[in-house]
Design a protein around this ligand. Structure first.
Ligand code: SAM
Length: 356
């Protein structure tokens, strides 16, 4: 009832998509034989949506082809996006500077509902790709990680986004935290299956209450990801087990926006001045998305004298419109809507810059 009011005529389509099988993306593990893995994924007719979108945008600007940070040049690929609309020319030309680099994620194109087979281990036991909702990479791409960054992933388990952050090859140090000890163990197992020991040595896994982070390590990080607990809408319409909408969890559900706001505020306090924070949820709810961002900005300013700038990410909508279905009317941040032809999301993400 709530979402039919929020989304009006879009709601029936979103609802039926939430009730249908979701699509996945295959995040290539750069710590395995990434070229071989990419070739195998291409043979399935999947495309690296990150590469294709950047290539299409740079083609429009007449810039040189996309370069990965470590300098390897991905082989030119055929793209069905040679004809681009005038609107797409508004994508910033220096994309390599505005999107976390080196992330490769294969998806099947719009309307193609093929599935990826499970990843196989290589001779050393490392898995070649990680299956996840491809929309959940957008918050990581929006974080715009730069070489040598100190990064905090405040609510990290089970670890899909932590793994994506490590794929950038840019993390000088990554603090991955999750209040749940059992979920933190899942994160450890994910890293164990995908990341060599010398790299995971730079990852510090903790199980603290993220709301306290501002007091523990204030003004420290260049980049902070705040991927908060939420109503997990897609999961909630399909699974009875431990459902956040059950009567038993009413109080917890009512308190979610407050918890989310406190976590985002802690993320802002943990960022150093000039640092970037990305807030994300997998909920469609305005109350858990824009309203939380607005309230956290207000509290940061009034109670901590920290000014925060909410950044414009509308170029993400143009850049990735061939892969995802975006909501056009977010006041702050961007929202991927589930759609039968591109059944990813929901995923809300918003980037904030701590000014001082
Ligand atoms: N970022 C993860 C990923 O990509 O795999 C998913 C995170 S999930 C949406 C939200 C997480 O927040 C849960 O694992 C939950 O245990 C954790 N969480 C809940 N309350 C927290 C708190 N106060 N501090 C830190 N983590 C918390």
């Amino acid at each position: 009832m709530n979402y039919s009011v929020q989304f009006g005529s879009l709601w029936p389509s979103i609802r039926v998509s939430l009730l249908s099988e979701q699509k996945y993306g295959a995040l290539v593990n750069n710590f395995s034989d990434a070229d071989r893995v990419s070739r195998e994924l291409k043979l399935l007719n999947a495309v690296d949506f990150v590469y294709e979108s950047q290539k299409a945008a740079q083609h429009v600007h007449g810039d040189s082809p996309v370069e990965r940070v470590r300098g390897e040049e991905t082989a030119p690929q055929e793209t069905h996006r040679e004809q681009l609309s005038v609107e797409q020319t508004q994508v910033p030309s220096s994309l390599s500077a505005s999107i976390s680099p080196n992330i490769k994620c294969y998806t099947f194109s719009k309307g193609d509902i093929s599935r990826f087979p499970p990843a196989r281990p290589d001779a050393l036991g490392t898995l070649g790709y990680y299956l996840l909702d491809a929309a959940s990479l957008l918050p990581v791409l929006a974080l715009n990680v730069q070489p040598g960054d100190l990064i905090l992933d405040l609510c990290a388990a089970p670890g899909g986004k932590t793994l994506a952050l490590l794929q950038t090859g840019c993390c000088r140090h990554l603090a991955a935290n999750d209040i749940s000890a059992s979920r933190s163990n899942r994160l450890r197992r994910v890293l164990c299956s995908y990341v060599p020991k010398d790299i995971s040595a730079d990852v510090r896994i903790t199980s603290w209450d993220g709301r306290k982070w501002g007091e523990l390590e204030g003004d420290t990080y260049n980049r902070v990801l705040v991927d908060v607990p939420c109503t997990t809408d897609r999961h909630s319409v399909m699974e009875e087990d431990n459902n956040i909408f059950s009567r038993m969890r009413l109080k917890e559900r009512q308190m979610l926006p407050m918890l989310q706001m406190q976590l985002l505020l802690a993320g802002l306090l943990a960022a150093r001045p000039g640092g970037e924070v990305v807030y994300s949820t997998c909920s469609l709810s305005q109350l858990q998305n824009e309203y939380v961002v607005e309230r956290a900005v207000e509290v940061a300013e009034t109670e901590y004298n920290i000014s925060v700038h909410v950044e414009d990410l509308s170029y993400f909508r143009r850049l990735f419109q061939d892969t995802f279905s975006f909501f056009a009317d977010c006041r702050l941040g961007e929202l991927v809507l589930p759609h039968l032809t591109a059944n990813f999301g929901p995923m809300y993400f918003c980037r904030l810059r701590r000014e001082q």
